[in-house]
Design a protein around this ligand. Structure first.
Ligand code: 4NP
Length: 171
């Protein structure tokens, strides 16, 4: 297995308005708290482009705001071919996202694509799509993402050398 620096993470869901903007916003805050100053390029995108240019769903903005985070400045976009070279780690919120990402990815970049909860926590589960559900589904998604973000930060911290800023583990 090759040694890969992890300096950039792309969070991906279907529409890039509900789950992945939360995953980006929460991880950005967690990494700012615990990332020991190591710069990490963070972004989110959707496998579908229907909501491109829109701000996150008001229910995601609301649940983030309840926990002290402002994600309203994010704008949805579709996954681009260049994302597979630009990002070291590409995390799909559910298995359909991972399948779609692997189909889009050039062969050489397929190992950058992982199921978000599996990579972060070792639990091979989906973050379910809350789009057609109510506020409780968004609260549940927030809790999953908060827990996964702490675990992801620990995993990425462990791969970043405190002196050189270079990654030292494999993914
Ligand atoms: P997301 O949720 O993938 O978490 O952003 C969805 C947003 C929009 C749609 C589906 C899921 N949609 O069908 O428009």
């Amino acid at each position: 297995m090759s040694i890969k620096p992890i300096n950039s993470v792309l969070f991906v869901c279907l529409g890039n308005i509900c789950r992945s903007p939360l995953a980006e916003g929460v991880f950005r805050a967690v990494w700012a708290e615990r990332g020991r100053g190591h710069q990490m390029l963070l972004d989110s995108a959707g496998t579908g482009g229907w909501h491109a240019g829109q701000e996150p769903d008001r229910r995601s903005i609301a649940v983030a705001s309840k926990h002290g985070l402002d994600i309203s400045g994010q704008r949805a976009r579709k996954v681009l071919p260049g994302d597979f070279s630009r990002f070291d780690l590409i995390l799909g919120m559910d298995r359909a996202n991972v399948r779609d990402l692997k189909a889009l990815a050039p062969q050489a970049a397929r190992d950058r694509v992982h199921l978000y909860l599996d990579f972060a926590t070792g639990k091979a589960a989906d973050v379910p799509d809350p789009y057609y559900d109510g506020a409780e589904a968004f609260a549940s998604v927030y809790r999953m993402i908060r827990e996964a973000s702490e675990a992801l930060a620990k995993r990425l911290e462990a791969s970043v050398s405190p002196t050189s800023g270079q990654a030292s583990s494999t993914i």
